[in-house]
Write a protein that binds this ligand. Structure first.
Ligand code: FE
Length: 284
């Protein structure tokens, strides 16, 4: 069964960090989310004033942050002494777990800075695990040519081509995320399995796309939540389309969020604030 459009969550212009302009769809107005996805930000600007201030040191607890750089260069540093360069086409998958304090600062003063930051929740039993992260460079991400002239990058989960599974570099996450970046030329169709147990959404960042059967055109720069089914079907408009596809198993657990802390109860949030204020994020 083909998944049709269930809800459209527009990306609303906002800013975060020290004044980075971005569009927030999931996690924006009324904190509308799609379990286990908590937030999706798209940053995209050619104007350095929109991004140079970056994201100075700030904490996280209880979930994972995934940064996908379409264009640009940022330096990540954390309180554990880790350092990583996020460059064009690369991904950083960070497990905040029990706590991390990090900064994400642009390493450019001109040109385009473009990409996404996605927050994925952790199950209750993993919220206090040790922090960790994985930097994935562009050449570690499988890029597959499609017969219709399009291409797919497999960031997480598996893409099935000619009956063969092509695995992305991110594996072993409890919510079994699928993360694809799909480019289609004018009029090209795309169809792929998304198991019915997974919650799924699509975000078009360039061009025009129709989704579902019968197909409906969708707005750009919005999280398009998909309804029930086990297959995703889309067709690019006359100018082609570039979009990301995200899917993962829902956790069905209560969520209490206070800014960069996402836990299951109010008491756990109070503990997170207390731990942060008393330097217990730094001493592990
Ligand atoms: Fe952060």
């Amino acid at each position: 069964m083909i998944r049709n459009i269930q809800t459209i969550i527009p990306g609303i212009a906002t800013s975060d960090g020290a004044g980075v302009k971005l569009r927030r769809s999931l996690g924006g107005q009324n904190q509308v989310r799609l379990d286990p996805f908590l937030m999706l930000d798209e940053f995209s600007s050619n104007d350095p004033n929109d991004y140079v201030a970056g994201f100075p040191a700030h904490p996280h607890r209880g979930f994972e942050t995934v940064t996908y750089m379409l264009e640009g260069h940022m330096l990540h540093e954390d309180h554990l002494g880790n350092q990583g360069h996020l460059k064009t086409g690369g991904v950083q998958w960070m497990t905040a777990g029990r706590g991390i304090i990090h900064s994400e600062m642009p390493q450019q003063v001109s040109g385009a800075m473009r990409g996404f930051q996605l927050w994925i929740n952790l199950p209750a039993k993993e919220k206090m695990k040790a922090a960790g992260y994985k930097d994935i460079q562009v050449d570690e991400i499988p890029k597959l040519a499609l017969e219709n002239g399009g291409a797919v990058k497999v960031i997480a989960g598996a893409f099935i081509q000619n009956g063969k599974d092509v695995q992305g570099p991110i594996q072993g996450i409890t919510t079994s995320p699928l993360f694809l970046d799909v480019h289609l030329p004018s009029g090209a169709e795309f169809e792929h399995r998304i198991p019915k147990e997974l919650n799924a959404f699509v975000y078009v960042y360039e061009g025009e796309l129709e989704i579902g059967a019968p197909s409906r055109s969708v707005p750009k720069q919005a999280a398009i939540v998909l309804g029930d089914g086990d297959r995703f079907k889309a067709k690019a408009g006359s100018v082609g389309a570039q979009f990301i596809v995200l899917a993962a198993l829902p956790l069905h657990e209560p969520i209490v969020q206070y800014g960069p802390f996402v836990m299951n109860t109010r008491a756990e949030i109070e503990q997170a604030i207390d731990d942060y204020q008393n330097n217990r994020f730094v001493v592990s």
